[in-house]
Design a protein around this ligand. Structure first.
Ligand SMILES: [Fe+2]
Ligand SMILES: [Fe+2]
Length: 136
């Protein structure tokens, strides 16, 4: 059972960014499934790394569009990205230092909820602005 699903309610109206979000959802699910299956650190580590590096890549994609189009809410939005990146890297550092059971259900719920709230709350707001600038 996936921990989250992408659906049209999460669409931001920009195809490439929707695709990024779909990939992030898939990576969260992959990590969740690996945890549920009792996979060891050797299996979880690479999935966690992929999730974090793809998250950083995706934030850069959004921020490039913000810079290109002079998105007025860019500063606050970037702050949200920065906060999550810090939290995610802290989880990764803890995991790498061998803290047993770092990747708990609570951590997975946090990642999922953050992603859903950020997409629905902040990402969706840039849709009309980017669309008006010809980015769809
Ligand atoms: Fe964002
Ligand atoms: Fe996003």
């Amino acid at each position: 059972m996936p921990i989250m699903e992408w659906n049209e309610k999460l669409s931001v109206g920009v195809a490439s960014l929707d695709n990024d979000h779909k990939k992030l959802v898939a990576l969260v699910n992959e990590l969740y499934d690996a945890i549920q299956a009792g996979k060891g650190a050797d299996k979880l580590g690479p999935v966690l790394d992929s999730l974090i590096s793809y998250t950083v890549f995706h934030f850069q994609n959004e921020e490039k569009f913000f810079a290109q189009t002079g998105y007025p809410a860019s500063a606050a939005h970037k702050q949200e990205h920065e906060a999550l990146t810090k939290q995610a890297v802290a989880i990764q550092t803890k995991f790498k230092s061998g803290a047993a059971g770092t990747l708990t259900l609570e951590v997975m719920n946090f990642l999922r909820n953050w992603l859903i709230n950020h997409i629905q709350g902040s990402d969706k707001k840039y849709g009309p602005h980017l669309n008006a600038q010809g980015i769809k």
